[in-house]
Design a protein around this ligand. Structure first.
Ligand code: FMN
Length: 169
Protein backbone atom coordinates (compact mmCIF):
# COMPACT_ATOMS: atom_id res chain seq x y z
CA UNK A 1 0.00 0.00 0.00
CA UNK A 2 1.30 3.46 -0.91
CA UNK A 3 1.03 6.09 1.80
CA UNK A 4 2.20 9.68 2.01
CA UNK A 5 5.08 10.13 4.42
CA UNK A 6 7.62 12.61 5.73
CA UNK A 7 10.54 13.34 3.42
CA UNK A 8 12.90 12.13 6.16
CA UNK A 9 11.42 8.62 5.84
CA UNK A 10 12.59 8.24 2.23
CA UNK A 11 15.72 10.36 2.13
CA UNK A 12 18.25 7.71 3.12
CA UNK A 13 17.10 4.99 0.73
CA UNK A 14 16.89 7.57 -2.06
CA UNK A 15 20.47 8.68 -1.64
CA UNK A 16 21.78 5.18 -1.35
CA UNK A 17 20.08 4.12 -4.61
CA UNK A 18 21.11 7.33 -6.37
CA UNK A 19 24.74 6.46 -5.73
CA UNK A 20 24.34 2.88 -6.91
CA UNK A 21 22.01 1.74 -9.72
CA UNK A 22 20.15 5.05 -10.03
CA UNK A 23 16.53 6.18 -9.73
CA UNK A 24 13.63 6.26 -12.17
CA UNK A 25 12.16 9.56 -13.30
CA UNK A 26 8.64 9.12 -14.66
CA UNK A 27 6.81 11.63 -16.81
CA UNK A 28 3.87 11.94 -19.14
CA UNK A 29 3.38 13.94 -22.33
CA UNK A 30 0.43 15.98 -23.50
CA UNK A 31 -0.53 12.89 -25.52
CA UNK A 32 -0.95 10.95 -22.25
CA UNK A 33 1.95 8.57 -22.98
CA UNK A 34 4.03 7.59 -19.93
CA UNK A 35 7.80 7.30 -19.91
CA UNK A 36 10.51 6.30 -17.42
CA UNK A 37 14.18 7.21 -17.55
CA UNK A 38 17.10 6.32 -15.29
CA UNK A 39 18.73 9.21 -13.43
CA UNK A 40 22.01 9.14 -11.59
CA UNK A 41 22.37 12.84 -10.93
CA UNK A 42 20.07 14.72 -8.60
CA UNK A 43 19.87 16.75 -5.42
CA UNK A 44 17.32 16.95 -2.65
CA UNK A 45 17.33 20.17 -0.66
CA UNK A 46 15.68 23.44 0.12
CA UNK A 47 15.43 26.29 -2.40
CA UNK A 48 13.05 29.27 -2.41
CA UNK A 49 11.83 28.00 0.99
CA UNK A 50 10.54 24.84 -0.68
CA UNK A 51 11.60 21.22 -0.49
CA UNK A 52 13.17 20.61 -3.90
CA UNK A 53 14.26 17.62 -5.96
CA UNK A 54 16.60 18.92 -8.63
CA UNK A 55 17.18 16.63 -11.60
CA UNK A 56 19.63 17.11 -14.47
CA UNK A 57 18.25 16.09 -17.87
CA UNK A 58 20.09 16.39 -21.18
CA UNK A 59 18.06 18.03 -23.99
CA UNK A 60 18.42 14.96 -26.22
CA UNK A 61 16.33 12.84 -23.83
CA UNK A 62 12.70 12.22 -24.74
CA UNK A 63 12.02 12.92 -21.06
CA UNK A 64 13.29 16.48 -21.59
CA UNK A 65 10.50 17.09 -24.07
CA UNK A 66 7.88 15.64 -21.70
CA UNK A 67 8.99 17.77 -18.74
CA UNK A 68 8.95 20.84 -20.98
CA UNK A 69 5.39 19.95 -21.98
CA UNK A 70 3.87 19.41 -18.56
CA UNK A 71 6.30 20.92 -16.03
CA UNK A 72 6.20 18.06 -13.59
CA UNK A 73 7.71 14.65 -12.93
CA UNK A 74 7.97 11.94 -10.34
CA UNK A 75 11.15 10.36 -8.97
CA UNK A 76 10.83 6.71 -8.03
CA UNK A 77 13.22 4.70 -5.89
CA UNK A 78 13.70 1.15 -7.21
CA UNK A 79 13.66 -1.77 -4.82
CA UNK A 80 16.40 -4.39 -4.67
CA UNK A 81 16.44 -6.59 -7.74
CA UNK A 82 15.31 -3.83 -10.14
CA UNK A 83 18.82 -3.10 -11.44
CA UNK A 84 18.19 -4.49 -14.93
CA UNK A 85 14.99 -2.48 -15.28
CA UNK A 86 16.79 0.71 -14.31
CA UNK A 87 19.54 -0.08 -16.76
CA UNK A 88 17.01 -0.68 -19.55
CA UNK A 89 15.24 2.61 -18.80
CA UNK A 90 18.64 4.30 -18.96
CA UNK A 91 19.60 2.77 -22.26
CA UNK A 92 16.62 2.96 -24.62
CA UNK A 93 14.42 5.94 -25.39
CA UNK A 94 10.69 6.39 -24.91
CA UNK A 95 10.70 7.81 -28.42
CA UNK A 96 11.21 4.26 -29.70
CA UNK A 97 9.77 2.01 -27.00
CA UNK A 98 6.96 1.89 -24.48
CA UNK A 99 9.33 1.15 -21.59
CA UNK A 100 6.54 0.51 -19.06
CA UNK A 101 5.20 -2.24 -21.31
CA UNK A 102 8.58 -3.66 -22.33
CA UNK A 103 9.77 -4.30 -18.76
CA UNK A 104 6.38 -4.80 -17.11
CA UNK A 105 6.29 -1.64 -15.01
CA UNK A 106 2.93 -0.48 -13.67
CA UNK A 107 1.98 3.18 -13.92
CA UNK A 108 -0.03 4.16 -10.87
CA UNK A 109 -1.97 7.41 -10.79
CA UNK A 110 -0.02 10.15 -9.03
CA UNK A 111 -1.66 11.68 -5.97
CA UNK A 112 -0.88 15.31 -6.81
CA UNK A 113 0.58 15.28 -10.31
CA UNK A 114 -0.41 13.91 -13.70
CA UNK A 115 2.87 12.00 -14.05
CA UNK A 116 2.55 8.42 -12.82
CA UNK A 117 4.37 6.83 -9.95
CA UNK A 118 5.88 3.42 -10.65
CA UNK A 119 4.10 0.79 -8.53
CA UNK A 120 7.05 -1.59 -8.35
CA UNK A 121 9.26 1.09 -6.73
CA UNK A 122 9.46 1.51 -2.96
CA UNK A 123 9.44 5.28 -2.54
CA UNK A 124 8.26 8.18 -4.66
CA UNK A 125 8.51 11.96 -4.96
CA UNK A 126 5.85 13.95 -6.82
CA UNK A 127 7.33 17.16 -8.16
CA UNK A 128 6.16 20.31 -9.91
CA UNK A 129 8.81 22.30 -11.78
CA UNK A 130 9.05 25.78 -10.28
CA UNK A 131 12.34 26.78 -11.87
CA UNK A 132 14.90 25.59 -14.35
CA UNK A 133 18.35 26.55 -15.48
CA UNK A 134 20.74 25.56 -18.24
CA UNK A 135 24.24 24.38 -17.38
CA UNK A 136 26.39 27.26 -18.62
CA UNK A 137 29.54 26.00 -20.38
CA UNK A 138 31.63 29.06 -19.53
CA UNK A 139 31.04 28.49 -15.83
CA UNK A 140 32.29 24.88 -15.82
CA UNK A 141 35.80 23.77 -15.00
CA UNK A 142 37.73 22.43 -17.98
CA UNK A 143 37.80 19.04 -16.26
CA UNK A 144 33.99 18.81 -16.02
CA UNK A 145 33.64 20.00 -19.62
CA UNK A 146 36.13 17.42 -20.83
CA UNK A 147 34.62 14.56 -18.83
CA UNK A 148 30.92 15.15 -19.37
CA UNK A 149 30.30 17.52 -22.26
CA UNK A 150 32.50 16.52 -25.19
CA UNK A 151 29.34 16.32 -27.27
CA UNK A 152 27.97 19.46 -25.60
CA UNK A 153 24.32 18.48 -24.85
CA UNK A 154 24.41 20.53 -21.66
CA UNK A 155 21.91 19.43 -19.01
CA UNK A 156 18.85 21.38 -18.05
CA UNK A 157 18.53 21.52 -14.26
CA UNK A 158 14.89 21.20 -13.25
CA UNK A 159 13.95 22.35 -9.76
CA UNK A 160 10.91 20.30 -8.79
CA UNK A 161 8.95 21.39 -5.73
CA UNK A 162 8.24 18.19 -3.82
CA UNK A 163 4.45 18.10 -3.46
CA UNK A 164 4.39 14.73 -1.76
CA UNK A 165 6.62 11.88 -0.70
CA UNK A 166 5.15 8.41 -0.74
CA UNK A 167 6.36 5.13 0.67
CA UNK A 168 5.32 1.52 0.15
CA UNK A 169 4.05 0.14 3.48
C1 FMN B 1 22.27 4.65 -14.15
C2 FMN B 1 21.95 5.71 -15.17
C3 FMN B 1 21.83 7.03 -14.77
C4 FMN B 1 21.53 8.03 -15.72
N1 FMN B 1 21.41 9.33 -15.29
C5 FMN B 1 21.04 10.31 -16.17
C6 FMN B 1 20.83 11.65 -15.71
O1 FMN B 1 20.92 11.96 -14.50
N2 FMN B 1 20.51 12.59 -16.64
C7 FMN B 1 20.38 12.28 -17.99
O2 FMN B 1 20.07 13.18 -18.79
N3 FMN B 1 20.55 11.01 -18.44
C8 FMN B 1 20.86 10.01 -17.56
N4 FMN B 1 21.02 8.72 -17.99
C9 FMN B 1 20.76 8.38 -19.41
C10 FMN B 1 19.25 8.26 -19.71
O3 FMN B 1 18.57 7.52 -18.71
C11 FMN B 1 19.06 7.56 -21.08
O4 FMN B 1 19.63 8.34 -22.09
C12 FMN B 1 17.62 7.22 -21.39
O5 FMN B 1 17.60 6.29 -22.45
C13 FMN B 1 16.78 8.43 -21.75
O6 FMN B 1 15.47 7.99 -21.94
P1 FMN B 1 14.34 8.85 -22.70
O7 FMN B 1 14.90 9.21 -24.08
O8 FMN B 1 13.17 7.92 -22.80
O9 FMN B 1 14.09 10.04 -21.88
C14 FMN B 1 21.34 7.70 -17.09
C15 FMN B 1 21.48 6.36 -17.49
C16 FMN B 1 21.78 5.37 -16.55
C17 FMN B 1 21.89 3.93 -16.99
Amino acid sequence: MKVECDIKDVFEVTYSKLWREGLLLASVGLDGKYNAMAIGWGLIGRVWRDPIFMVAVRPTRYTHRLIEEINEFTVNVPGDGMEEIVNYCGTVSGRDYDKFKEVGLTAEKGKRVKSPIISECIAHYECKVIGKSKVIPDLLSSEVKRRYYLSENYHTLYFGRILSTIIEK
